[in-house]
Design a protein around this ligand. Structure first.
Ligand code: HEM
Length: 176
């Protein structure tokens, strides 16, 4: 049984927002000429990265919880599996980066270029993870209880409508 039902969509915003904020801050810490500004950006960026990584671990846990008692078709299952692989890979790289930055160097120091490059790759992987997660919901309807049907008039026959539902073919029906 899922110990945190419905928590995954809430939790996932934290790693996305915190890590994607850490990227420009740590990049600024590398590029800024002023040592004072660079050191402030480095400290704030390091905190964002570390908190974002903790949040990614929570997202991982709530995501795994969300699939515990889930029954879905083959296509949705493959989409969830791809999302999960991206999530695990991304979280692992984020943990390594957070330890590297948070424990391996002084938070005020300018990050190295190699660190920035790995961070950019991790951020890109996080965006892919989030995009794939959104696809689970908006393309395959995973976790959705009620579907809003978008109905449009059907071309040359005004008495007909076409209903578009995610994950299935458009349905034509007559209005009376
Ligand atoms: C870094 C970790 C993760 C991130 C950032 C993430 C991100 C997302 C996002 C953005 C959504 C769409 C939420 C919405 O719009 O309602 C989503 C949905 C989903 N994710 Fe993840 N995810 C992560 C880990 C996982 C893991 C490890 C699994 C396990 C298979 C998983 C399974 C799901 C499922 C089943 C959905 C569909 C909606 C739901 O049941 O909550 N996610 N994810």
């Amino acid at each position: 049984m899922n110990p945190w039902p419905g928590w995954h969509p809430l939790v996932v915003h934290f790693p996305l927002a915190l890590v994607l904020t850490a990227v420009p801050l740590l990049l600024a810490a590398r590029l800024l000429r002023s040592d004072a500004l660079a050191s402030t950006a480095a400290v704030v960026g390091t905190w964002n990265l570390c908190l974002g990584t903790v949040a990614a671990v929570f997202a991982l846990a709530t995501g795994l919880g969300a699939v515990l008692d889930l029954r879905v078709g083959e296509t949705a299952r493959q989409a969830i599996s791809l999302h999960m692989k991206w999530a695990m890979f991304t979280s692992l790289v984020l943990v390594l980066l957070a330890v590297w930055r948070g424990a391996g160097t002084a938070p005020r120091s300018r990050p190295s270029w190699i660190f920035i490059i790995v961070l950019l790759m991790a951020a890109a992987a996080l965006v892919v993870t989030g995009y794939r997660g959104g696809e689970n919901v908006y393309e395959f309807g995973v976790g959705v209880k009620k579907i809003a049907v978008r109905a449009e008039p059907h071309g040359d026959r005004p008495s007909m409508r076409v209903a578009y539902c995610p994950g299935s073919s458009p349905v034509k029906y007559a209005i009376t």
